[in-house]
Design a protein around this ligand. Structure first.
Ligand SMILES: [Zn+2]
Ligand SMILES: [Zn+2]
Length: 338
């Protein structure tokens, strides 16, 4: 038995098109068009268009269908529920929650006695809009490294939401305009506001509306939302508007004394907030911070860590210090999200 164990580096490898699992003949989050893709989540750098066959959670397929105007239920689009095993050739594949955005999944691959987990993007704290990350014991753990520096320690999100609500109270004449990433961050910020007891209508930029509707259709209630356009200036005093990051000045001019806020893990970097003209930076991230990354690596018990998109070096050094084998996977094509 022991002799037949095949280490993951023999059957899972980075290629120019993305991470490739040879015995199942599939790519995970490929950056080029492929015959068979497994997609971890709906963000556009992971879920690209044009693959012949796609395997993902139902929510991820819904986001892709929305963005690429394809049929989520087409025969070459296969939805897999969390925890449901699928055998492809000799490989057993499962999706497990990644806690990043609605539908986000880790891909668990088992082949000839070893197990690799491709975690995609993930975070460890509670998010009212998606199921929590579930650590999976494995031999090789592939992790993102977006915030993989000890300086990145995200504060509690309810504290950041409290700061926003406090600011709205302090400036009843002004309109708060919060920059949010359209898929995931937007809906999470809304859900956190509702949890904090904010029941007012929230005004949303047209670019955010359709994705909010998909969330609601998938069973995530967001409370009263209104379009941010076509509302009188006076009616928006003391109100809250959500918009994609970097909404242009002309659009902002319609609001009374707009107070610009931004919800992003990058708001931890003061310079980024300043550059974006952000008056109220809110550190709310959908990625694991330094402690969450290291906690996760410890929990999954893998002897080997492969690190991708972000600041690989620090995490690799930390894993090596803890006696693990660690290396950077040179996968290209991933963007730095908020
Ligand atoms: Zn993402
Ligand atoms: Zn990513």
């Amino acid at each position: 038995m022991h002799a037949s164990i095949l280490r993951p580096e023999r059957w899972l490898r980075p290629t120019p098109a993305g991470l490739y699992c040879e015995p199942a003949d599939l790519f995970i989050d490929p950056t080029r068009m492929v015959d068979r893709a497994v997609i971890t989540h709906g963000h556009s750098d992971h879920a690209r268009p044009g693959h012949r066959r796609v395997l993902a959670t139902r929510a991820t397929l819904a986001f892709m269908a929305h963005r690429y105007e394809e049929e989520a239920t087409a025969s070459d689009r296969q939805a897999l529920a969390y925890g449901e095993p699928l055998k492809i050739n000799e490989v057993t594949l499962r999706l497990e929650p990644a806690g990043h955005i609605l539908g986000s999944a880790q891909v668990v691959l088992e082949y000839r006695g070893s197990r690799a987990v491709v975690s995609g993007d993930y975070k460890r704290r509670r998010d009212p809009t998606c199921p929590a990350f579930k650590p999976q014991a494995c031999d090789v753990f592939i992790t993102e490294a977006t915030f993989a520096l000890p300086v990145f320690r995200h504060p509690a999100d309810h504290e950041e939401i409290a700061r926003l609500l406090h600011s709205i109270e302090l400036f009843p004449e002004r309109c708060h305009v919060v920059g949010v990433y359209a898929l995931g961050k937007c809906q999470r910020v809304i859900a956190l506001l509702r949890e904090a007891g904010y029941e007012e209508p929230i005004y949303v930029h047209g670019a955010l509306e359709p994705l909010c509707a998909v969330y609601e259709r998938l069973g995530v209630p967001l409370g009263p939302l209104c379009p941010a356009t076509g509302v009188s200036r006076d009616a928006l005093k003391g109100k809250l508007v959500l918009a994609p990051p970097g909404a242009d000045d002309r659009w902002l001019r319609r609001f009374p004394e707009p107070l610009i806020a931004m919800a992003s893990g990058w708001m931890r970097v003061r310079q980024r907030a300043k550059q974006g003209g952000v008056e109220l930076p809110l550190v709310i991230s959908d990625h694991a911070d330094w402690d969450e990354l290291n906690l996760t690596i410890a929990e999954v018990g893998a002897s080997e860590i492969w690190v991708t998109h972000g600041r690989e070096e620090a995490l690799i050094r930390q894993a090596s210090l803890n006696g693990l084998k660690a290396r950077a996977l040179s996968l290209t094509g991933f963007e730095e999200e908020c």
